[in-house]
Design a protein around this ligand. Structure first.
Ligand SMILES: [Zn+2]
Length: 109
């Protein structure tokens, strides 16, 4: 995809993606927080299942439930945040800069 400046039609345009990075960071933090609570719930569910298999089963169930819950929450949150940031980037923030005339502009919605 090549961008052109809407003012002077120059193809020399620089793009910035601050919002996407911020969104991904926020999403990761939110996702990890969600993952931690999911991990606790997963661990409890795992421990419940493990109770049937005895003391070793409790530990194994708790650990695997916690790891799976944490990973799923973190990855999901990061993807969601990046998507949100990308939408902000495209439609809200002026993040394209023409290197010829200095005009800042958004992508067409
Ligand atoms: Zn221009």
């Amino acid at each position: 995809m090549s961008l052109h400046c809407p003012r002077c039609n120059s193809p020399k345009v620089a793009s910035f993606h601050q919002a996407m990075k911020v969104g991904a960071a926020i999403g990761t933090v939110g996702g990890v927080a969600r993952g931690v609570s999911a991990a606790l719930a997963g661990g409890q569910a795992g421990a419940l299942v493990g109770t049937i298999a005895g003391p070793f089963g409790i530990t194994l169930g708790y650990v695997s439930g916690a790891i799976l819950g944490g990973l799923a929450g973190g990855v999901g949150g990061c993807a969601l945040g990046a998507q949100l940031g990308d939408t902000l980037d495209r439609h809200v923030l002026a993040h394209n800069l023409c290197l010829l005339c200095g005009h800042r502009f958004n992508l067409p919605a």
